[in-house]
Write a protein that binds this ligand. Structure first.
Ligand code: ADP
Ligand code: MG
Length: 139
């Protein structure tokens, strides 16, 4: 499925509607370059789960847990991970195969542990279409 957005609000709205339909145990891999909108997508997704506390990139902790929504949200940002074994150390399996929903920013860096049935959200810019344009491919 390919979506096109023309500003942050549209990307947040798309993420919010996905979150409203998401099921326990789903893993969403968020891929795309720095500044493309992965965290913004996560913020919209959190809203769709009914989370009201602010969501930011958990860069220094790898994972941030939000429990106030319809389902627990496990928000990973693995950008600064040195080795995939750091995921074992934080016990990622409990989250990936748990009763909540996982969002994994920079999932391509830990490709080998991503479950086969994970959903992939690739966000891309196309400067010829303007600075706020994003193509969002969900598979
Ligand atoms: P990432 O987490 O991928 O590094 P962020 O979500 O932190 O990126 O930042 C994305 C930036 O791009 C935000 O400042 C946001 O306002 C801006 N932006 C502009 N247009 C869009 C769009 N269509 N979708 C998402 N973000 C957009
Ligand atoms: Mg980010």
């Amino acid at each position: 499925m390919v979506y096109e957005t023309h500003g942050p609000e549209e990307t947040a709205d798309l993420a919010r509607s996905l979150a409203e339909q998401c099921l326990p145990g789903e893993v969403y891999c968020l891929d795309g370059d720095l500044g493309v909108g992965k965290t913004l997508f996560s913020q919209g997704f959190a809203k769709g789960l009914g989370i009201t506390e602010p969501v930011s990139s958990p860069t220094f902790t790898i994972i941030q847990i939000y429990e106030e929504g319809r389902l627990p949200l496990y928000h990973f940002d693995v950008y600064r991970i040195g080795d995939v074994s750091e995921m074992d150390e934080i016990g990622y399996e409990e989250y990936f195969f748990g009763e909540g929903v996982c969002l994994v920013e920079w999932a391509q860096l830990v490709e080998e542990i991503i479950p086969d049935n994970a959903r992939h959200v690739l966000i891309e810019k196309d400067v010829s279409r303007g600075v706020d344009y994003r193509r969002i491919t969900i598979t």
